[in-house]
Each structure stands twice: as structure tokens, then as C-alpha cells.
Design a protein around this ligand. Structure first.
Ligand code: ZN
Length: 242
């Protein structure tokens, strides 16, 4: 079974469509949240994910659009983008987001947005954080998003303080010998210094995962964001990948 693993689309339909075309035939889609927030196409992205993803868990920006978070916790650009998103969302998109779980277990895999310890909020950036989080899920593999940076943490290596590992793009690797926290990176707003869309293809039977990066029409999305009146810092950061 080929799984298209996507997260942090952030209302960037252009990036999402490029990823879907690049992924080729897949059997299922798993989405790790933050479908909306920042980008110019919140409803279109909700419609696509609702129609195509077998599993979707909810992210902090989805929660913000649902009014479940205090926007004072966001920076000014994120706050403005959330208020814009709230104005745009159709009642159907709102209801769909509202019904998403914050954790899902599928076979040997747990899916959350942030971390198994704090599914909405925690950023798994440092090995010590990753190491602590292995106590909070029972499966061998947990997929996360939220940091917008691809990474694989293996349990023993994280306990030794090893940083997250980013495998070479386009080369399948097997998740064997231990338990893993895996982040495929962000489709719609990468923050690891590489502005290309990030996603992964996963095969549960063999525990094989292939990380991928893909150039897409960033200028087109920037034009749509400016037309929508979204904050300029968000427009600029898209091309920087930061
Ligand atoms: Zn996000």
C-alpha cells in the first residue's frame, strides 16, 4: 500500500496540487493537520483533503480557525491570517475541520499534528523532546508535523542526543530497528531553509519511507496572497522557506 503523507498544507493549493501530481498513484492519503492558515486557498484545501484523505488529524492553525485558541498566542501575521481565514471558511469546511480528531492510530502507526504528548502544540525540534515523547505512544511509528521541517528521530539515538535525521530526498529508507517519530515536512510553508514543498511516500508493509522535495509556482501563490490582502511577511517567507 502506498500512502501519500502530507502535513501543514496551510491553504496553499498550488503546492498541494503539485505534490499530488508528483506523488503519482497512491492508495491512501494521510494528512497530519494545519490544512488552513497562512495561505490563500483554505476552502479549496479543505475540500481536497476531505475528499481524498483517509485520515486527517487536526492542527493548531485549524483549531485557531475554529476559534478554539486564543489568538494572542500567535504573532501578528499569523493572527491576521487566521482572522482572514475565519472570514473565508464555508460552513461546510468549518464543520469538517470541527470534526477532526487530534490523534489517530492506524495499525502500527500513530498520527498527530504536534507531538504525541501535546498533539496540538508541541514542536518536536530537539532530541530531548523527541526522546521524552516516545513514552506517549504505543505503536512503533508516530508521524508528526507542525515544525515544517522534515526529520526522523529514532528512539535510542534521540536518547543519546542525536538530532533528527533527514534522509536523502527521493531515496526510500526502511524504518527498522527501534521506534520512530517521523515528520515529512510541510507541503505549503516549509521552514527549513528550503522553499520547495515537502512530503513523503510511506509503505506500511515494509515500513519504507521516501522523503521528497518539489519546486512549485511560489510566485503564483505570493500573487494570490497579496491579492487577498494577507500579511506581507507571510508572502515573503514562502520564497525563503523560513
Ligand atoms: Zn503548521
Amino acid at each position: 500500500m502506498r500512502v501519500l503523507l502530507i502535513t501543514d498544507i496551510h491553504a496553499n493549493l498550488t503546492a498541494l496540487e503539485a505534490v499530488v501530481a508528483d506523488a503519482g498513484p497512491v492508495d491512501v492519503v494521510w494528512c497530519l493537520g494545519d490544512v488552513v492558515g497562512y495561505g490563500p486557498n483554505p476552502n479549496e484545501c479543505c475540500t481536497w483533503v476531505e475528499g481524498h484523505a483517509e485520515i486527517t488529524v487536526v492542527g493548531n492553525h485549524d483549531w485557531a480557525a475554529l476559534g478554539r485558541l486564543d489568538l494572542d498566542d500567535f504573532n501578528e501575521s499569523a493572527r491576521q491570517a487566521t482572522l482572514w481565514t475565519v472570514e473565508q471558511l464555508t460552513p461546510h469546511a468549518y464543520q469538517w475541520l470541527d470534526a477532526l480528531p487530534n490523534r489517530f492510530i492506524e495499525g502500527e502507526t500513530t498520527l498527530v499534528h504536534g507531538s504525541p504528548r501535546h498533539p496540538i502544540w508541541e514542536y518536536l525540534l530537539r532530541p530531548a523532546q523527541a526522546a521524552a515523547n516516545f513514552e506517549y505512544f504505543d505503536t512503533d511509528i508516530c508521524f508528526v508535523g507542525h515544525t515544517h521541517a522534515p526529520a526522523i528521530f529514532q528512539e535510542e539515538l534521540a536518547r543519546l542526543g542525536e538530532p533528527g535525521y533527514v534522509p536523502p530526498y527521493g531515496e526510500p529508507i526502511t524504518l527498522s530497528g527501534g521506534r520512530f517519530l517521523v515528520n515529512p515536512g510541510s507541503v505549503g510553508q516549509p521552514r527549513d531553509g528550503d522553499p520547495r514543498a515537502a512530503y513523503a511516500i510511506y509503505e506500511p508493509e515494509t515500513r519504507t519511507i521516501e522523503f521528497r522535495r518539489l519546486a512549485y509556482d511560489i510566485a503564483k501563490v505570493q500573487g494570490q496572497m497579496r491579492e487577498a490582502g494577507l500579511p506581507e511577511p507571510l508572502v515573503v517567507r514562502l520564497a525563503r522557506g523560513l
